[in-house]
Design a protein around this ligand. Structure first.
Ligand code: 13P
Ligand code: SF4
Length: 327
């Protein structure tokens, strides 16, 4: 690599010094420099989820956040191209909100175990079995499932969305644990689907007790996709952005984030004085996104996310209804 490029990328190394060893940095520097150049030339933005690795999250992303924040940011951008450093349902949501922009997902196979757990036919069957009961779909679903739903929600606004409906009974899909965790904090009777996140379902209440025993005084934060018995043992439960905000506000001396591994790395970069204890689980779908495939996405427009207009219209309505709910 020529030296001006190396110098430009190297200036970014300070941001991630705490989580990326110096020996690994040269592997990233060339792609980072090329991506920064491509973004400028093509009027592109990179939206990155909180589970993206630090070299993506801190060095090339323009906007970062949880699913709700990414959807809101997608609506506001003036760029011509949106690269979604995240998974397929996130890219579809960005496309629903930006039908006239090019949305790129760097790896077409970046899916989600929740989105794969339910089909539009399943939703139609639920509607037939529970006539008149509103259907709330987690954003971690395909556009085709959203199109069959009344409204969407994210982990950051699930309770507010459910309560906004003013119904005694609600169908919430596909995450059984999110549904049960929301039911525990509202008076609403929630009918759940049996989908699970392959990352969060692996945490147990015994894990939490063991962490507390081994790390006295630790603060335990859990994502609401964790089983309810894990959430019951945690000090705080919230979306990925909620957990990050908790750390910034409370500055605990020791903390564990029961969620995907990159989350702790990304938050730790901003809080070098906090001890992050790390039993965590990797999301294989999020980990499909790399600097190399983000670069390829911008070089050769791949992979373009398109949604059948017949599906896109009702799916967009469900997402827009969610965005209109104050949370
Ligand atoms: P957040 O909306 O909390 O970022 O969650 C998205 C997700 O996929 C968690 O597994
Ligand atoms: Fe899906 Fe779980 Fe991965 Fe989030 S962490 S994208 S819910 S599989």
């Amino acid at each position: 690599m020529n030296s001006p490029a190396l110098a430009r990328a190297d200036a970014l190394y300070d941001r991630v010094r705490g989580v990326i060893p110096p020996a690994e940095w040269p592997v990233f520097a060339g792609d980072i420099d090329a991506i920064l150049d491509l973004k400028r030339r093509r009027n592109a933005v990179i939206l990155a989820h909180n589970y993206q690795t630090p070299e993506i999250f801190h060095c090339v992303a323009d906007l970062v956040g949880d699913s709700l924040a990414l959807a809101r940011m997608a609506m506001k951008t003036k760029a011509d191209i949106i690269v979604l450093a995240g998974v397929h349902f996130m890219a579809e949501t960005a496309k629903l909100l930006n039908p006239d922009k090019t949305v790129l997902l760097p790896d077409r196979a970046a899916g989600c175990s929740l989105a794969e757990s339910i089909t539009p036919q399943d939703v139609r069957l639920l509607r037939r079995n529970y006539p008149g009961v509103p259907i709330v779909s987690y954003v971690n679903t395909s556009a085709a499932v959203k199109a069959e739903s009344d409204i969407c929600c994210t982990s950051g606004n699930a309770r507010a969305v459910v309560e906004s409906l003013g119904a005694n009974r609600v169908i919430m899909l596909p995450d059984e644990y999110l549904a049960r965790n929301v039911a525990a904090t509202t008076g609403v009777d929630i009918i759940a689907w049996k989908g699970h996140c392959e990352v969060h379902e692996r945490f147990t209440a015994a894990d939490v007790r063991e962490i507390r025993e081994n790390h006295p005084g630790i603060i335990v934060l859990a994502h609401p996709e964790c089983p309810p018995e894990v959430v019951a043992e945690a000090d705080f439960t919230g979306s990925t952005a909620g957990m990050s905000d908790y750390v910034s506000e409370h500055k605990p001396a020791r903390v564990v984030l029961l969620t995907e591994c990159s989350m702790s790395d990304n938050v730790a970069v901003q809080h070098p004085d906090i001890e992050f204890v790390r039993p965590c689980n990797l999301c294989p779908h999020m980990k499909r996104i790399t600097l190399a495939n983000i670069r390829r996405a911008l070089e050769s427009d791949r992979y373009v996310v398109d949604i059948d207009p017949v599906i896109a219209e009702p799916a967009r309505r469900a997402v827009e209804r969610m965005l209109a709910v104050k949370s």
